[in-house]
Design a protein around this ligand. Structure first.
Ligand code: DGY
Length: 264
């Protein structure tokens, strides 16, 4: 690190003052992500190191995954697949594998930025009623109306554990929580309790805190839980475009030019 001039950082890399102090020649940080919660932006700014990100190119892929999670949880796809695979499914039954309607349901989108709006567009195609919750809106009042909740705010000190025990208590017993933002948005102990006690209908998570969750984490034992390994942007096209934007940021920073995709 001591001689590094450019840093291509993954979301799994913690770029903190200790790392920056160990890299006194650093001139640019190119994050291979649109989120920047892994980077101490104030510390980078204080050292005059520009930070680049990968906006837009993963918006649709992430919104697609949010919708895939929503549908999979609503219609119990994983349970159904496992039952068929394990030979537990015997016959078609009138009350077999009942799930939740997606069409006509109310979707609360928390943090209606680029990805949140892309989720809203998909929800429109399913005739869902969409409720957007921004920083100044009453989160709990919105959660009380939700059949589904999709989380998209950036992770900051203000949004850490935004979905805490009180927020989960505001949700209705059938409501399903979808998180493709950051694991830290949710108090996972509270979520494990809410799922275990049947106080919400389910949760479908692309992100957790930490990643991966230790195998013994109580959340993984909770019912009605679906977890996938942070794959929101994991399409061939999105990851190629993220690589292109990251390299463009890196090369511009090394050439002493303004970054084409600086952090907002
Ligand atoms: C991001 O870009 O912030 C994503 O979480 C990576 O997929």
């Amino acid at each position: 690190m001591a001689s590094a001039e450019g840093l291509l950082a993954m979301v799994t890399d913690r770029v903190d003052p200790a790392l920056l102090d160990a890299a006194p020649h650093l001139r640019v940080i190119a994050n291979f992500a649109v989120g920047t919660d892994n980077i101490d932006l104030d510390a980078a700014r204080a050292r005059g190191i520009p930070v680049g990100v990968t906006p837009d190119v993963l918006t649709d892929a992430t919104a697609d995954l949010a919708f895939a999670l929503l549908l999979a949880a609503a219609r119990r796809l994983i349970e159904g697949h496992e039952a068929v695979r394990d030979g537990r499914w015997r016959t078609w039954e009138p009350a077999g594998w009942l799930g939740a309607d997606v069409h006509g349901a109310t979707l609360v989108i928390v943090g209606a930025g680029r990805i949140g709006e892309a989720v809203a567009r998909r929800a429109g195609g399913f005739d869902m009623e969409i409720v957007r919750v921004g920083r100044d809106d009453d989160l709990h009042a919105a959660l009380a109306r939700a059949d589904f909740v999709s989380l998209h705010p950036p992770l900051t000190p203000a949004t850490r554990h935004l979905i805490d025990a009180a927020a989960l208590a505001a949700m209705r017993p059938h409501a399903i929580l979808v998180n493709t933002g950051r694991g830290g948005l949710v108090d996972q102990e509270a979520l494990a309790r809410a799922l275990g006690e049947g106080r919400i209908g389910g949760a479908a998570l692309d992100v957790t805190d930490p990643e991966p969750l230790p195998a013994a984490d109580p959340l993984l034992q909770a019912p009605n839980l679906l977890v996938v390994p942070h794959i929101g942007s994991a399409t061939h096209t999105a990851r190629r475009r993220m690589a292109e934007l990251s390299v463009a940021n890196l090369l511009a920073g090394l050439a002493g030019e303004p970054l084409p995709h600086p952090v907002g």
